[in-house]
Design a protein around this ligand. Structure first.
Ligand code: ADP
Length: 303
C-alpha cells in the first residue's frame, strides 16, 4: 500500500441555491480537490492523507467529518483552538463566477507550525503533494519549515509534486511570490504549472519557457498545462514533447480543471504510466470535471 500526503488549505464553500437567500455549504480547496480526485482514481491500494490545520469548533469538525467520509485520512490534521476554517462564497452573474474569501486568519495558516508533526506525517509516505497556495498562506517561518521537511523527504527518495497555482492576491508582492515559488520548485521533483498564470506572472513566452525555467530551479520533470492547448512535458533528461488535449464536449464550469488534471496525471504515473500516457489520463479527468458544475464532481468512472 502506498501513501500520499496532500498539504494545504480546505475551505468551506458557500454557493447560491435556487431558493432566494439560501446558501449551501460544501468543502473545497486546490490541494484538497486533488487529494479527493486522487482517492477516487487510486482506490484502496493508496492511503491519501490531508495535512492541514483546523479549529476546535463545530464547523472545523464538519470539515474533518467530510474528509473522513470521502476516505481521506485526517490523522495529521492540526487542531488550533481559537481559530476556524476559511470560507469562500461563489456567486454567478451572467455566467461569470466571482469569489469572496474569508481566509486571512484561517487555522490552515498554522499548518506548518509544528515541524515535528510534519516530519511525522511525511514519515513512510511515498508522495507529498503541495501548491503555491499552500506556501502563500503560511508565515515565512512556516514556509521555511515546510520547505525543510519536504527537502528532507525528497532526500529520502520521496516524490514531491508541486503545482505553483500562482495567486498574487495571497502574496505581499510579486517579487516575494516569484522568489518563494522558485524555492518550492527547488525541493520538488515534479512541477505541474498552468501556462496562462506563468506567462502572466513570470513573463514566459511559451510553455517550453515555463518548463525550462522550473528545470533551471531544480525540478527534474515539468508538465505545463495550457487550458484547451497542448500539454508540454519535459522529462528527467530534459527532452521536451507535447501532448494534444482533445476538445471538451461541453464546458460548464472550469473550476478544478488543473486540480483534477494533476490527480489524474499522478494516479496514472503511480500506476506505471509514462508522462505522455499520464497526461492523457489527466486530460480525460479534467475534461469530465469541466463538463459539470463544482470543484468536486462525482464521476462514475475515471478513464
Ligand atoms: P488551471 O485550472 O490550473 O488553470 P488549465 O486551465 O490549464 O488549468 O487546465 C488544466 C487541464 O484541463 C488542461 O491541461 C486540459 O487537459 C484540461 N482543460 C482545461 N480546459 C479545457 C478545455 N476547454 N477543453 C479541454 N480540456 C481542457
Amino acid at each position: 500500500m502506498g501513501r500520499i500526503v496532500a498539504i494545504g488549505e480546505c475551505m468551506g464553500e458557500l454557493s447560491e441555491t435556487d431558493a432566494p437567500g439560501m446558501l449551501s455549504m460544501g468543502f473545497a480547496g486546490d490541494t484538497l480537490n486533488t487529494a479527493w480526485y486522487l482517492k477516487r482514481s487510486l482506490g484502496a491500494d493508496w492511503q491519501i492523507d490531508y495535512l492541514t490545520a483546523v479549529g476546535t469548533d463545530t464547523l472545523s469538525q464538519r470539515m474533518i467529518d467530510f474528509l473522513a467520509g470521502e476516505g481521506i485520512g485526517t490523522g495529521h490534521v492540526r487542531r488550533i483552538p481559537d481559530k476556524t476554517i476559511g470560507l469562500y462564497h461563489i456567486s454567478l452573474k451572467d455566467g461569470e463566477r466571482s469569489f469572496t474569501y474569508w481566509r486571512n486568519d484561517s487555522a490552515a495558516r498554522k499548518l506548518a507550525g509544528d515541524p515535528a508533526a510534519i516530519a511525522t506525517a511525511l514519515h513512510d509516505a511515498d508522495v507529498a503533494y503541495w501548491s503555491g497556495i499552500t506556501l502563500a498562506i503560511l508565515p515565512p517561518a512556516g514556509r521555511l519549515a515546510l520547505l525543510e521537511a519536504l527537502s528532507q523527504f525528497a532526500g529520502r527518495g520521496g516524490l514531491v509534486v508541486f503545482d505553483p497555482n500562482l495567486r498574487p492576491r495571497l502574496w505581499d508582492n510579486l517579487d516575494s511570490m516569484r522568489g518563494w515559488i522558485h524555492r518550492a520548485a527547488a525541493v520538488s521533483s515534479l512541477c505541474l504549472p498552468s501556462f496562462d498564470d506563468e506567462a502572466t506572472h513570470f513573463g514566459d513566452a511559451t510553455p517550453g519557457d515555463t518548463a525550462a525555467r522550473y528545470r533551471d530551479q531544480g525540478t527534474a520533470r515539468v508538465v505545463v498545462k495550457n487550458g484547451p492547448g497542448d500539454v508540454t512535458l519535459v522529462d528527467g533528461s530534459g527532452s521536451l514533447m507535447t501532448v494534444a488535449v482533445p476538445a471538451a464536449a461541453v464546458t460548464v464550469d472550469t473550476t478544478a480543471a488543473g486540480d483534477s488534471f494533476n490527480a489524474g496525471y499522478l494516479a496514472a504515473e503511480l500506476a506505471g504510466a509514462s508522462m505522455a500516457e499520464a497526461t492523457s489520463t489527466g486530460s480525460a479527468l479534467a475534461r469530465a470535471v469541466i463538463g459539470a458544475r463544482g470543484a468536486l464532481v462525482r464521476l462514475e468512472a475515471v478513464t
